[in-house]
Design a binder for this molecule. Structure first.
Ligand code: 5AD
Length: 355
């Protein structure tokens, strides 16, 4: 096949995905492996059209509150892994968290995302108290949790306390690849079970993966896309892998902007109504990363609402941006950046169209 034939083949697969919202495994592999800059441009045009059809030019904002960086897990890629002695650990009190929400509300946030490591201090009782406290004070806001793997019962209690949404990346579909990124105590199958549990309980569910994580193959990414099609989540978070100096993957190469935005475009075509953030990791590896993400079909940004003094301690990877336009208090400059590319920020809960 000539390069031209290959490009035509990829373009035809992108068109097929757009029309049918599905591809076979071998087609996913081809559409990812054989991509070219021209095929990517074609993909982004379609992804923007699909996104604009469902969501117009609005961008939803979520206020991210990183409330604990204690974690019992030891994921090889993550800067707040248990065995990193250099991480300065912190946890926010319920009072701190509520005051983040108040500030966020005044800035225009109507979704609060409580994210943390798997910290045993936050028992069901403590976490439910926090969730119901936020629910009582902000009845019109969405509460999203991102606190890792818990039992069905625990997820149910948190849902009954007032949480609406849950983010839990599957990280990688493939068991063997999962095993190369995580210690033996964690498994891909348990992670997936958690996602099905969350869905059954009634949460709006978000999953996702890192792009360019160590040992990731094109086949792994194809399986990730098939898993997304199967789970049909309301939200998908993907971002490039970015090495952290205090982890076993310190010297591994990071993921690229190019492949990350290509995957964003594919996800928009696969799940047309999905809520798709241009993530902090993407904004970290390129100054215009978030704009590129939006122009590839993303429709959510998640500025940081955590108290300033703890922000640089929630360091999942090196150079993670947390002030500047990434900060909730710089919403105005984020607004301008989005307006510069023809989009605008919406003040609303921004629920999925898919519930
Ligand atoms: N690079 C990029 N993303 C990371 N995450 C954790 N560590 C890294 C890293 N080094 C992502 C994981 C996790 C989410 C909270 O952050 O995918 O699910």
């Amino acid at each position: 096949m000539t390069p031209n034939d290959r490009e035509q083949k990829v373009t035809a697969l992108i068109d097929k995905l757009c029309l049918t919202q599905q591809l076979k495994r071998s087609e996913w592999i081809t559409v990812i492996r054989e991509r070219t800059p021209a095929a990517a441009e074609h993909l982004f045009e379609l992804a923007r059209a699909v996104r604009i059809h469902h969501y117009g030019h609005g961008i939803y904002i979520r206020g991210l509150i990183e409330f604990t960086n204690y974690c019992k897990n030891d994921c090889y890629y993550c800067g707040i892994r248990k065995s990193n002695p250099n991480a300065q650990r912190y946890r926010l009190s319920e009072e701190d968290i509520l005051s983040c929400c108040e500030q966020g509300y005044d800035l225009g946030f109507r979704t609060f995302v409580l994210q943390g490591g798997e910290d045993g201090w936050f028992t069901d009782e403590r976490l439910c108290d926090i969730v119901s406290g936020i629910r009582a004070q902000f009845p019109g806001c969405a509460i999203t949790l991102s606190v890792g793997e818990r039992s069905y019962d625990s997820y149910k209690k948190l849902y009954d306390a007032g949480a609406d949404r849950y983010l839990l990346r599957h990280e990688t579909y493939d068991e063997r690849h999962y095993g190369r990124l995580h210690p033996p105590a964690l498994s891909a199958s348990h992670r997936k079970q958690c996602l099905w549990d969350l869905k059954k309980i009634g949460y709006q569910v978000g999953t996702g993966f890192m792009v360019g994580s160590p040992y990731q193959t094109v086949e792994n990414l194809a399986d990730d896309m098939l898993f997304l099609a199967h789970l049909d989540p309301q939200m998908v978070g993907i971002g490039p892998f970015v090495p952290h100096h205090d982890t076993p993957f310190a010297d591994m190469p990071g993921g690229t902007v190019e492949l990350t935005v290509y995957m964003l475009g594919l996800i928009r075509l696969l799940l047309p109504r999905v809520l798709l953030p241009a993530t902090t990791a993407l904004g970290t590896i390129a100054e215009d990363g978030r704009e590129k993400g939006i122009l590839a079909g993303a429709n959510v940004v998640m500025p940081n609402l955590s108290p300033l003094q703890v922000r640089e301690k929630y360091l999942l990877y090196d150079n993670k941006i947390c002030t500047g336009d990434e900060a909730a208090e710089s919403l105005n400059s984020l607004k301008k950046r989005m307006e510069n590319i023809g989009y605008h920020i919406e003040v609303s809960r921004g629920d999925s169209l898919n519930i």
